[in-house]
Design a protein around this ligand. Structure first.
Ligand code: ZN
Ligand code: ZN
Ligand code: ZN
Ligand code: ZN
Length: 228
């Protein structure tokens, strides 16, 4: 689905919402985030490089995550996070590569973020080699200091659920019919009422719309909640 407007998202520090590109300008300036960093940096312990990485779905770009990731975190930990918040349906295989496409060289999940990411570096993550979900992960910036969390990474911002409307009546959509997509190429976005009366059932009942680019793919049903 291609929208003219960028999706908006919420900053986890100050809870304000910004458009996708505006968030990249906001995060380095967010006073509540800067406060959290200052507090972390006052703690004892070694400094390390911490990376701002943006993940987004490669198809529409409507789904995006800004995370601050420790340089010592592994790609496998990034994979685990992506599975938890967006992707996991039936334990499919996944892979990272530098650049897109199947021809590109696979990068081991054991590699650390600091060994891979630098300005202009973008990785591609593919989950499920059949009905694949493709995510790009891009270097935004890095800082030297202490992490604001005990986890390998912190969620700084994510897109809000895209505001879709029912194809029948224009009310807010909460369901997705995959048969519409296969038959007409149109996303079968439906409100509660029209999801009940919708006639398609060859690909199962309409599935609930959740905040994940994998909605409607394979057996994915959400919940699309961050693991931490
Ligand atoms: Zn903020
Ligand atoms: Zn699956
Ligand atoms: Zn409707
Ligand atoms: Zn349909």
């Amino acid at each position: 689905m291609t929208r003219k407007k960028q999706t908006r998202g919420q900053c986890t520090y100050c809870k304000k919402t910004y458009a996708k590109s505006g968030m990249l300008r906001h995060l380095p300036a967010c006073s509540q985030r800067l406060e959290a960093i200052k507090e972390a940096d006052e703690q004892t312990g070694a400094n390390e490089y911490i990376f701002h990485l943006r993940a987004q779905d490669a198809w529409s770009g409507d789904f995006w995550l800004d995370r601050e990731v420790r340089g010592s975190a592994t790609l496998q930990q990034i994979d685990e996070y992506l599975r938890a918040i967006w992707l996991e349906c039936c334990g499919h295989l996944s892979r990272f590569s530098l650049g897109g496409g199947w021809g590109s060289e696979e990068i081991s999940g054991k590699r650390q973020v600091r060994q891979i990411f630098a300005p202009d570096v973008e990785l591609t993550h593919i989950y499920d080699f059949g009905s694949s979900s493709e995510t790009t992960i891009k270097f935004v910036s890095m800082r030297k200091g202490k992490p604001t969390t005990c986890h390998p990474m912190a969620l700084m911002a994510r897109n809000s659920v895209p505001e879709d409307t029912c194809i029948e009546c224009g009310q807010p959509a909460a369901w997705l019919c995959m048969e519409c997509l296969y038959k007409t190429g149109q996303e079968g976005l439906l409100c509660d009422q029209h999801a009940e009366t919708h006639s398609h059932d060859n690909y199962g009942e309409p599935v609930p719309l959740v905040n994940s680019p994998r909605t409607g793919m394979c057996g994915y049903t959400g919940p699309a909640e961050p693991p931490y």
